[in-house]
Write a protein of this length. Structure first.
Length: 217
């Protein structure tokens, strides 16, 4: 039975979010191909995972037999997140851009699942090759050739962590200019925003079907 790990991190819910409708389109398309499949869902905004503490960090590099009660409890939470990633057949992440980077809640999840000696820094990471689709929404445009190209730290960072460190098979869907309907200074960009949103929804549905078919094959 196929398993999809779905993470959302937007602070907004429903259509107020630019990323959630797109991840929802992917999830629905994936489930249509795997009606008996399992979706492990985490809303990192509504239910944040713990940030890494000294106890959590130290427990990852010491013999479990030597863990203090605090270290054991903290590490158990981390292992649960790691196992969800390791057992997933596909991963879906909503990653809106906040202040040029990812939400802190998503960063906390990454800090937990990147554990050198287990999920990273080994010859064959356990999640190697798992397809991960990231919906990287943003209020403006940071595409190559735009004035703010140098301020794009979401895709660069996630390429370093998800692709290069965890060895996942990474793909992006990028709804952009999402602030255009609310910002009068961006009024002329509304048609481009609408086109980007619609394309993102189409891409999400197609990618959900593609990933599902890949697993079935």
């Amino acid at each position: 039975m196929a398993t999809l790990l779905h993470l959302d991190s937007s602070v907004f819910s429903g259509p107020a979010s630019a990323s959630r409708p797109v991840t929802d389109a992917f999830r629905k398309a994936w489930l249509a191909q795997h009606p008996e499949g399992t979706v492990v869902y985490r809303d990192l905004a509504a239910d944040p995972v713990p940030h890494i503490t000294a106890d959590t960090h130290l427990a990852g590099f010491t013999d479990p037999a030597t863990h203090t009660p605090e270290q054991a409890a903290a590490f158990a939470e981390r292992v649960k997140l790691i196992e969800e990633l390791e057992q997933a057949d596909a991963v879906l992440i909503g990653a809106p851009m906040y202040n040029y980077s990812i939400p802190s809640t998503l960063k906390a999840w990454l800090d937990n699942v990147i554990l050198f000696g287990r999920t990273a820094g080994v010859e064959v990471p356990p999640a190697k090759g798992t397809p991960v689709t990231v919906v990287a929404s943003r209020g403006g445009s940071y595409a190559p050739g735009t004035p703010r190209e140098g301020m794009e730290y979401v895709q660069n960072y996630l390429e370093a962590t998800l692709r290069d460190t965890l060895a996942l098979d990474l793909d992006f869907i990028v709804p952009e200019l999402t602030m255009a309907p609310q910002n009068p200074a961006m009024a002329e960009l509304v048609p481009l925003y609408e086109a980007s949103r619609e394309q993102a929804l189409v891409d999400a549905e197609q990618k959900g079907k593609e990933i599902a078919a890949r697993h079935a094959a």
